[in-house]
Ligand binder design. Structure first.
Ligand SMILES: [Zn+2]
Ligand SMILES: [Zn+2]
Length: 388
């Protein structure tokens, strides 16, 4: 594996400038018009074949090599979050209630840098690199929108590579975990239906608040009693709404939440048990339920061989890197849709600031920008390993 650290260092100012510019002008899912415009102009300027409006606001650029070879796809996401930024930095978000609080500004800037470096060395490139700038990751639908517009055809990639800047890890740590890496995500709406009445006469009602409380408690056994102790699963209730007044027992309570797993059979089991428990407890409380579960994104599963190739390549590149192979998160990422279709790797690049890092999606989230240099270098080397 070849090092591109010097090439990235030569582009350091551009890389940081792009990231800060995107940070200052965050755009939510499917509204990434400014970002996509800058990306498309950059790729066109480099001489790539560019397609805009793929999956609404996505951009695809193809860098054709001189001779034939594999097609390597790089995926970067571009969208921001509906958060009011609380940082006091020169590049603070210029838009209230919109913020790059996940690092996607950095991902976009990194992929633009990789495109610059590889296009400078196009005469040695065997095969092609397909740059996929994806919208709407945070709302979990951007990858699917791009798939619907045929992003994996003409040409179909042989391998998919992508990264996420990761504030749970310090700069210099890189996590490449083979197999399941990030969880699948589903959300649910559970309606508990009883019959309301006077708060002073509960015996005349079928109280959905008491039934909902019992269901929340009983559902905790799905993970503790039905998912194996060495397996992973999450069932979280995240909202609960019912009632309008202190002296009225309502007729309905609505709960929402999320179910996360790494493996399909565990997901199926959790859904089955959750439904069974909610039904049975509601029946015991003389209520009924309606449970709607909606799968959002599949698990992010890294190809074992590609993981191995990147891990050993990266380790040989830079002795200062710490390559981890056992990091996993129940967080979800819609890059899982691409990795479900094409073998590849999604890896984390440590980006925590030394003086204390805020977590992703926090109003004070920020990255150590050295992580941009590390990320761009590693991603270029990874692609280079396939096409040079
Ligand atoms: Zn995020
Ligand atoms: Zn993210």
């Amino acid at each position: 594996m070849k090092s591109f650290r010097a090439d990235v260092e030569a582009m350091r100012d551009n890389l940081i400038h792009w990231r800060r510019d995107f940070h200052r002008h965050p755009e939510l899912g499917f509204e990434e018009f400014r970002t996509a415009g800058i990306v498309a102009d950059h790729l066109r300027h480099l001489g790539l074949e560019v397609q805009s409006g793929v999956g609404k606001t996505g951009v695809v650029g193809i860098l054709e090599g001189e001779t034939d070879g594999p097609t390597v796809m790089i995926r970067a996401d571009m969208d921001a979050l509906p958060i009011n930024e609380a940082n006091d930095v020169p590049y603070v978000s210029a838009t209230p209630n919109k913020m790059h609080a996940c690092g996607h500004d950095g991902h976009t800037a990194i992929a633009m840098t990789v495109a610059s470096i590889l296009s400078q060395q196009r005469d040695q490139l065997k095969g092609r690199v397909k740059f996929v700038f994806q919208p709407a990751e945070e709302i979990g639908v951007g990858a699917q929108a791009m798939l619907g517009d045929g992003v994996l055809t003409g040409p179909r990639p042989d391998v998919v590579l992508g990264l996420h800047l990761w504030n749970d890890l310090p700069v210099g740590d890189v996590a490449i975990t083979p197999g399941p890496f990030m969880a699948s995500a589903a959300d649910f709406v559970l309606t508990v239906i009883g019959s309301g009445g006077h708060g002073a006469a509960p015996h005349q009602t079928h109280d959905p608040i008491v039934a909902a409380s019992q269901i929340v408690n009983a559902a905790q056994t799905v993970v503790s009693r039905n998912v194996g102790p060495l397996e992973a699963g999450v069932l979280s209730f995240t909202t609960i709404h019912g009632g309008d007044a202190f002296n009225i027992i309502p007729s309905e309570v609505t709960l929402t939440g999320t179910i996360r797993t790494f493996e399909e059979h565990i997901y199926e089991k959790m859904v089955h048990r959750f439904d069974e428990i909610a039904q049975s407890v509601a029946t015991a409380m003389a209520c009924t339920i309606k449970l709607d579960i909606r799968p959002l994104t599949p698990a992010v599963v890294n190809d074992v061989q590609v993981s191995q190739r990147l891990r050993s390549g990266f380790a040989a590149l830079d002795a200062n890197l710490t390559i981890l192979d056992n990091v996993r998160t129940m967080g979800a990422e819609d890059v899982g849709f691409f990795l479900h279709e094409v073998p590849g790797v999604y890896f984390f690049v440590g980006s925590a600031q030394r003086d204390g890092a805020f977590p992703h999606h926090h109003p004070n989230f920020d990255i150590d920008e050295e992580a941009l240099i590390v990320g761009a270098s590693l991603l270029t080397s990874a692609v280079g390993d396939y096409v040079f």
